[in-house]
Design a protein around this ligand. Structure first.
Ligand SMILES: Cc1cc2nc3c(=O)[nH]c(=O)nc-3n(C[C@H](O)[C@H](O)[C@H](O)COP(=O)(O)OP(=O)(O)OC[C@H]3O[C@@H](n4cnc5c(N)ncnc54)[C@H](O)[C@@H]3O)c2cc1C
Length: 453
């Protein structure tokens, strides 16, 4: 159909291209198919699932970073449960921390017990000062930490971890992502935790579900079933005027409506004739990149009693470390264990080493998680250019420009990287459903005249 010509009045004939077969793209596609649209999903990988996929190697299963389902949304709980035929574990989260040679219960701010006396004293005194001093304006995440946790704890713990995990200074971050993710303790909690070990949990994830087998990726089935999937289709060019797509494999396709879950900087870079101001804004959106280090070893004991842990020390490149066989024994062969360590980088903090794998192994040994005598059965790294959307101070202004342009062109964005938000798997699924609903509403609102963009 030539550009600008009306689409058929019967919307079930409108064809929708969905870019990206992660949870959000698949959810959008599933929902649109249910409404009667002709939907094609285009995915660059040779598999569906995006970040929710689980990789297998040497009998081990590794998710793309530790993935657990802690959704409170009943509809997503049901959807995921159905995908694995009810075969999942539901357990209390076990989390721990490593700080300068000490193992600290989680969260560290309410578990100072056992740390050197001078550290505990400084943290307590500063906590009292911040709580009972003049309230200060919260301009950024650094202010939030100083006001909520006190200067000593912030500088010795949170700021160090922030530079590793978020790859930037806390003062370069806003606070709109924090929500329940960081516990802001009361004075009583801090004092109790300084005097004796605490059993009360303050992590925002207390209980979670994880499939019995196949890793987190087994949940992807919830939205992947029955889809028209075009795998190995990396979108290279999007022509919004003509309604056409070109792929790296040399093929092309047309569409009447477009839903995209691609990372916004990638999408914008592929759209034909994008205004320079929009291209500039998209290029300034920042995401952390992740090098995952996946290790399989010939023992299943001698690990911390935790599903995952945080390493605060800045002289150690690892930020979060998890133990996949603790999530499900099926993630490792019998008698063997697995470690997954995360090393983050971005334009703000480039990788400190050219050999991440070797450095990670050395740092795991420093903490005592790996021993020189260990028989390492598998050691590999996986690079993820898009990990966590960075809520740096420029994010909102640039995002408004990019989303404004895409909305004007009738492109429906969804998912963690389409909405450019701190979305968990449940949010991403819901975001896909939402994009489908919006698209349908738009078409229903003008059923007689639906034109190509
Ligand atoms: C390290 C880490 C840990 C996480 N842990 C948890 C957790 O414990 N619990 C939880 O609920 N959530 C977790 N999440 C979040 C969860 O992974 C995401 O919310 C969800 O998987 C995002 O789905 P999506 O569809 O929005 O994006 P994606 O999964 O990124 O999907 C986008 C898809 O687009 C494809 N694509 C990209 N470019 C192109 C192109 N040019 N052409 C065609 N296709 C393309 C990609 O290959 C991908 O498949 C975690 C995320 C990360 C990074």
């Amino acid at each position: 159909m030539p550009p600008g010509q009306d689409l058929p009045v019967n919307h079930s004939k409108a064809s929708v291209a969905v870019l990206g077969a992660g949870l959000s793209g698949l959810a959008a596609a599933q929902s649109l198919r249910g409404m009667g649209y002709c939907v094609e999903v285009y995915e660059k990988n040779s598999y569906a699932g995006g970040h929710a996929f689980s990789h297998r190697a040497g009998g081990f299963t590794f998710d793309e970073g530790p993935h657990i389902s802690f959704t409170k949304m009943p509809e997503i709980q049901e959807l995921f449960a159905r995908a694995v035929n009810g075969q999942y574990f539901e357990v209390d989260a076990r989390v721990t921390n490593y700080w300068r040679g000490h193992w600290v219960l989680h969260p560290a701010q309410t578990n100072l017990f056992g740390l050197p006396t001078d550290v505990v004293e400084r943290c307590l005194v500063d906590f009292v000062k911040c709580r009972y001093g003049e309230p200060k304006e919260i301009r950024n995440y650094a202010d939030w930490c100083l006001e909520g946790l006190g200067r000593s704890f912030s500088e010795d713990f949170t700021f160090q971890y922030t530079r590793k995990y978020w790859t930037t200074e806390p003062s370069n971050m806003t606070v709109d992502w924090v929500g329940p993710r960081m516990h802001r303790p009361s004075l009583e909690e801090v004092i109790h935790g300084a005097l004796a070990p605490q059993t009360e949990k303050h992590h925002y994830i207390t209980r979670f579900r994880y499939p019995d087998s196949g890793g987190f990726g087994s949940y992807v089935q919830a939205v992947a079933d029955g889809q028209a999937l075009n795998l190995d289709h990396e979108v290279m060019l999007v022509d919004l005027r003509k309604g056409s797509l070109e792929f790296a494999n040399g093929t092309s396709a047309s569409f009447d409506r477009l839903v995209s879950s691609l990372p916004l900087p990638e999408l914008i870079a592929r759209i034909k004739d994008v205004p320079a101001s929009v291209a500039e804004a998209a290029a300034k959106l920042t995401c952390t990149s992740l090098v995952l280090v996946n290790i399989g070893i010939d023992r299943d004991c001698g690990f911390p009693d935790a599903h995952w842990m945080y390493c605060y020390d800045e002289d150690n490149i690892l930020s979060r470390i998890s133990f996949p066989h603790h999530l499900s024994p099926a993630n490792a062969p019998a008698g063997q264990g697995a470690i997954q360590a995360e090393v983050y980088h971005s334009k703000y903090r480039p990788l400190a080493t050219g050999d991440v794998l070797a450095c990670a192994i050395e740092d795991l040994q420093k903490i005592g998680l790996l021993h020189k005598s260990d028989n390492i059965l598998l050691a590999m790294e996986q690079r993820m250019p898009y990990a966590n959307v960075l809520f740096d101070v420029d994010r909102k202004a640039n995002l408004d420009i990019v989303h404004g342009y895409l909305a004007e062109k009738g492109v429906f964005c969804c998912g963690r990287y389409g909405e450019w938000a701190y979305y968990w798997s449940d949010d991403s699924v819901v975001s896909g459903f939402r994009a489908a609903k919006l698209l349908n509403e738009r078409i229903q609102a003008s059923p007689r005249k639906v034109t190509r963009q």
